[in-house]
Structures are given as structure tokens and as C-alpha cells.
Ligand binder design. Structure first.
Ligand SMILES: Nc1ncnc2c1ncn2[C@@H]1O[C@H](COP(=O)(O)OP(=O)(O)OP(=O)(O)O)[C@@H](O)[C@H]1O
Ligand SMILES: [Mg+2]
Length: 436
């Protein structure tokens, strides 16, 4: 979490900022006068400082000078009132990173922060001990420039880890090229990987460069490697061993310098034993294996991940979503067979269907906590009607959208088809109502 220091002598203003920043995943510390702020800065590290301009004793400019004098180059956003815009300009000259004029909607501040702080898009969540350990390994292996084999169930984050390895490697400023071996037919895959010369086959009207060459000096991600056809595996092995490739229809091999990362959600060794995967290639790829645990084996990541996705979505939708404690408990208890991807989709769906900014569990069956106590939760600012009413509406609305298709409705709501059927019965929803 990013620590932010907020300095404002107006107590309400400072507290409002604190609350909003907290919801965006920052760890804010509030000070009401520059002297305490300065001692706070001696005590801990901050990634951002937001300071008011007009304060008793020491104004924003002096405060800024004091921090820079300490040799602190933390980004500083200055908040200024109408009358002090010139001061803000002075502050910028003295090294303030940006300023914002009062009064401002919180979104404007968010935009300024987004500009200053490195984007969250490439960030990833790793709160569980097992993911923290894994990231430490990732950092070390990234620098080693060796082949990595990433395994893990579908949706556990194999691709995001592969990108992280690339970004932390000495090849970071070179290309990262990914190819999904499961998505492309055998013939096409060869020319996708190695390219082809003009006239190599009917339809090859132009020379085409393959992924290996595109990734030259960089990293090549071979996604779902277990799905590669056996004969092509031999050509891949040769490319890795000899560090050269043959374009289809090419006359001479072309040298390539590529770091290989492969992923699979199968047990590659059993594929070898079953005769579907070449043993020699297996050992070439399995130089450094990384296994990403399933999400249910690292439940400490669930709530932070949900927060992360909801925050990302808040930014996109220009709203400030928040997960109710009840919902978090529910999320942590689920099994997430589809892992992080399933959680991500679930969070998005919730945000999209939610009428209030507070996200809460909508479907009773899914919320053991509620069914157990039998007590409906009380939600402030909830739209009219009980949760049951909302649930009924949601089921009807979703079924209308899917033209009565139970399977698709169940998918959209993240529940089983059986739950949908039970809901239809429970609420006496008729076919007419869903337009089916
Ligand atoms: N630790 C994480 N923090 C944030 N987002 C994550 C994390 N792990 C995975 N994700 C997100 O979850 C989704 C699935 O991750 P990714 O595509 O890397 O998984 P995968 O293992 O390659 O899945 P598949 O087996 O289906 O190809 C992506 O949108 C990714 O950004
Ligand atoms: Mg993947």
C-alpha cells in the first residue's frame, strides 16, 4: 500500500481526503500543521505528499522548501485556494509536482495522482506469503536470463508472472512477444513462430517475420506449450538449442537471441510419459520451474485482489466502489475453480449490476453468512426494496438479457444453473416476465 501524507489545517477537508484516498487503496496519514508533518516525515517513508497552501505558522511553500532541504524528493501535490494560484506556480518552481485548485471533485485529484504515480495497471497483488515468496524468486530468476516454465491452474496468473519476469529482466526494454500454442493450428503455428519466405507455399505472397525474430533480444512467451504438435516440438527444440531458426521456405538459418518462457496448466511430465510431449524439449524448458498456487490455496490474496479489481473498475467507471465486509467474507470462502480470472470477472459483474457504490452479496445461496443467520443485511443507501426484491429484479433482468437462456444467465451472475432454477421457483418468476 502506498503511504500518503496529507497536510491541511482544515480538519474536515483533511479527513474527507483521507477517507477518499483510503478507498482508493492508499494508506493516508493526516497532519494538521506543518511541524507535525515534518516529524512524521522523519518517522516513515511516504510515496506522496498532499499539502494545503495557506496554513498558520508555515505555508505550503515553506513546508515544501523544508522537505526538499531534508533531501526528500517525494512527489508533492499542492492544494490551493482561489487567491493563491500564483503561490502554486511558485511552488511548482520550487519542486512541487503538481497543484490542484479548491474546490475540486475527488476525481480531479485522482487524475493528478494517476499522472504522478506509476500506473497500477502492471502492478499485481501478492499479499499471501506464498505469492510474496514467489515474487522474490521471480525477481532473482528474471535477472538470470534462463528459460522458465510456469505452471498453474487456468487463471492463476501465469501470463502476468511471465510479463513480470520480462519487466524485471535485463531485456525489459526489448520486445515481449506472446504466442498461444493452443489457439493456432499446427501448420499455422510453425509459420507464426518462425516466419516464412515469399512463395514458401500458396498464399505466401510476402515474406513474413515470425515471433522468434520479432522477440529477438527480448522475451518470447510460449503459452500453453503442452498443446504444441509433436513434430513442431522438434523444430522448437532446435531453435532453442541452436539459437537459430529456419523461416518456412527459407534457405539459411537465422540466428536469434531470445529468452523463452513457457506456460502450461497441464502436468507436462505426464504428457511426456503419455508420449505427447518430447522429453528432450521438456528438459530444455524446465530449466527453472515456477508453480503458481491455485487461489484457494492462498486465500489471503482473495480480498486484496477483489479490492484491486474494484479499484481499477472504479477508475474506469468514474465511481468509487467499495466491497462490503460481508461480501469480502463471502469471496474468501468461495473455491474459485477459475482462480484469479474468475474473481476478476465476478468483481466486474458485481460492479456493473450494482446500483449502489457499496458492493454486497446479492444472491442468497452464495452467501453462507446470511443464510446461516437468516438475517438480511442492512445496507445504507441501498436502492428501494429489500435485498430479496433486488435479487428477484436482478434474476429477471439477467434472464431478459440472455433471452431466457439459463446457462448464460448463470454465467453472467456467477452462480450455477441450478441456483437460477431455484430462484425462478422461489420467486415465482414466470416465462412471460422474462420474455421467454
Ligand atoms: N496477482 C495478481 N494481481 C492482479 N491481477 C492478477 C493477478 N493474477 C492474475 N491476475 C489477473 O487475472 C487474469 C488472469 O491472469 P493470467 O491471464 O495471467 O492467468 P493465466 O494463468 O495465464 O490464465 P490461463 O491459464 O487461462 O491462460 C488477468 O486479467 C490478470 O491480469
Ligand atoms: Mg494465460
Amino acid at each position: 500500500m502506498k503511504n500518503v501524507l496529507i497536510l491541511d489545517d482544515e480538519i474536515d477537508m483533511a479527513l474527507a481526503l483521507k477517507e477518499s484516498l483510503k478507498r482508493c487503496g492508499f494508506a493516508p496519514v493526516v497532519c494538521h500543521n506543518p511541524v507535525t508533518a515534518l516529524s512524521e516525515l522523519n518517522l516513515s517513508d511516504f510515496e506522496l505528499i498532499i499539502t494545503d497552501m495557506k496554513m498558520p505558522k508555515m505555508d505550503g511553500i515553506e513546508f515544501l522548501q523544508e522537505i526538499r532541504k531534508k533531501g526528500l524528493f517525494t512527489p508533492v501535490i499542492v492544494i490551493t485556494g482561489y487567491g493563491t494560484v500564483e503561490n502554486a506556480v511558485d511552488a511548482m518552481k520550487l519542486g512541487a509536482t503538481d497543484y490542484i485548485m479548491k474546490p475540486f471533485p475527488f476525481e480531479s485529484l485522482q487524475r493528478v495522482i494517476a499522472r504522478i504515480m506509476p500506473s497500477e495497471e502492471t502492478d499485481m497483488v501478492a499479499e499471501s506469503q506464498s505469492m510474496k515468496n514467489l515474487l522474490a524468486i521471480v525477481r532473482d530468476v528474471a535477472k538470470a536470463d534462463i528459460t522458465v516454465l510456469i505452471t498453474g491452474e487456468s487463471g492463476t496468473g501465469k501470463e502476468i508472472i511471465a510479463r513480470k519476469i520480462h519487466k524485471s529482466s535485463l531485456r525489459a526494454d526489448k520486445a515481449f512477444v506472446a504466442i498461444n500454442c493452443a489457439a493456432i493450428s499446427e501448420n499455422l503455428l510453425e509459420s507464426e513462430l518462425f516466419g516464412y519466405e515469399k512463395g514458401a507455399f500458396t498464399g505466401a505472397t510476402e515474406r513474413r517475420i515470425g515471433k522468434f525474430e520479432l522477440a529477438n533480444k527480448g522475451t518470447l512467451l510460449l503459452d500453453e506449450i503442452s498443446e504444441m504438435a509433436y513434430p513442431l516440438q522438434a523444430k522448437l527444440l532446435r531453435a532453442i538449442q541452436e539459437r537459430e531458426i529456419d523461416r518456412v521456405g527459407g534457405k539459411a538459418p537465422i540466428p536469434v537471441d531470445v529468452r523463452i518462457i513457457a506456460t502450461t496448466n497441464r502436468d507436462l511430465m505426464s504428457e511426456v510419459k503419455a508420449g505427447r510431449f518430447r522429453e528432450d524439449l521438456y528438459y530444455r524448458l524446465n530449466v527453472f520451474p515456477i508453480k503458481i498456487p491455485a487461489l484457494r490455496e492462498r486465500r489471503d490474496d482473495i480480498a486484496p485482489l477483489a479490492d484491486f479489481f474494484v479499484r481499477r473498475l472504479s477508475k474506469k467507471m468514474g465511481r468509487v466502489f467499495e466491497l462490503s465486509d460481508e461480501l469480502k467474507k463471502h469471496l474468501v470462502s468461495r473455491n474459485w475453480e477459475g482462480n484469479v480470472r474468475e474473481l476478476e470477472n465476478f468483481a466486474y459483474r458485481l460492479a456493473v449490476v450494482s446500483k449502489s457504490d457499496l458492493l454486497m452479496p446479492l444472491l442468497y445461496d452464495e452467501v453462507s453468512g446470511i443464510t446461516n443467520t437468516g438475517k438480511p443485511s442492512v445496507v445504507e443507501n441501498a436502492p428501494k426494496g429489500t435485498i430479496k426484491d433486488m435479487e428477484r429484479d436482478l434474476v429477471v433482468k439477467t434472464l431478459r438479457e440472455t433471452n431466457g437462456n439459463r446457462t448464460r444467465a448463470a454465467e453472467a451472475l456467477g452462480v450455477t444453473v441450478r441456483t437460477i432454477r431455484n430462484k425462478l421457483k422461489e420467486y415465482g418468476i414466470t416465462e412471460e416476465e422474462i420474455g421467454g
